[in-house]
Design a protein around this ligand. Structure first.
Ligand SMILES: C[S@@+](CC[C@H](N)C(=O)[O-])C[C@H]1O[C@@H](n2cnc3c(N)ncnc32)[C@H](O)[C@@H]1O
Length: 272
């Protein structure tokens, strides 16, 4: 049980959003063709839900080590894995992706989702080099992040303005150098001397009528993407935001019978 309520909110948001993105993340993991029985690292593992998908992919003889800097999230991840009865196969360790607490060539692959290139405090060049260091020659390094979305069909100005707020730009290191933007990850892979460097985007769709779980996930996604933006929107647009993005509004966009939306994830891969 976590005492810190803001941490609990974050965990609940992770859970809800994961329900929405899970099919897309699973498709992406399958595209990696991770060897059965292999051992890999999930760096910035959060509450461990993607680690469960990775464990499923490598099978019962494989192993996944989840690493995160947050003690609270690691504790929650351990519970998640225990409930899935996978505590032998998925283990967790606290640490910094920029200075991994593992020997060279420890793993056969390394994966990091919505962490390197996404959290502004992380140096992506260092981190990709670290991920490559702990992977065996021939193994894969994979970085994944949310790369775009169309969640407000019919309201392009509002969506564009929301995405231009500090929170809307935040995951993409808005004030940093262009080379630090997640979509420039090819450069980090090349600097780490990875081979066959490649990028691919994957799409997740939502279509009305939304199931209750998807509706909740959409609300969590709105909250995660566009926080504290009231003062950055013109008053008129903020009124439109309240009308279509707040779940208690009778005009909540997710309840529209013609609602359709999509988001993309972009995967960068390279071989050590
Ligand atoms: C947006 S969450 C993504 C969690 C998970 N990978 C997923 O896809 O659901 C980002 C995670 O990266 C972790 N993180 C941020 N900076 C980190 C660092 N320097 N080293 C390790 N983990 C870090 C955070 O604690 C958080 O759990």
């Amino acid at each position: 049980m976590l005492e810190n309520s803001s941490e609990m909110d974050e965990i609940e948001q992770h859970r809800r959003v994961h329900a929405l993105i899970e099919p897309t993340v699973l498709e992406i993991i399958r595209s990696l063709h991770l060897p059965l029985g292999s051992s890999g690292l999930d760096a910035g593992c959060g509450i461990g839900l993607p680690a469960l998908l990775l464990a499923d992919e490598v099978g019962p003889t494989g192993k996944v080590t989840g690493l995160d800097q947050s003690e609270e999230l690691i504790r929650e991840a351990e519970q998640v894995v225990k409930q899935a009865d996978l505590s032998d196969q998925v283990v967790f360790q606290r640490g910094d992706v920029q200075q991994l607490p593992f020997e060279d060539n420890t793993f056969e692959w390394a994966w990091s989702a919505s962490c390197v290139g996404y959290a502004p405090s992380i140096d992506p060049w260092y981190s990709v080099r670290e991920l490559a260091r702990v992977v065996n020659p021939g193994g894969t390094v994979a970085l994944l992040a949310f790369s775009s979305e169309k969640l407000l069909p019919g309201y392009p100005l509002l969506e564009a303005r929301l995405n231009a707020t500090a929170s809307g730009r935040a995951p993409f290191v808005s004030e940093g150098k262009p080379e630090m933007h997640f979509m420039r990850a090819l450069g980090w892979f090349k600097a780490a001397r990875l081979r066959n460097v490649a990028a691919q985007s994957f799409v997740g769709d939502l279509q009305a009528p939304l199931k209750q779980q998807t509706r909740q996930a959409l609300i969590a996604l709105f909250t995660m993407r566009w926080q504290n933006m009231e003062n950055e929107l013109p008053e008129e647009l903020y009124k439109v935001y309240q009308k279509i993005c707040l779940p208690q509004s009778p005009d909540f966009i997710g309840d529209h019978p013609d609602y359709y939306a999509f988001f993309t994830f972009t995967l960068f891969t390279g071989y050590v």
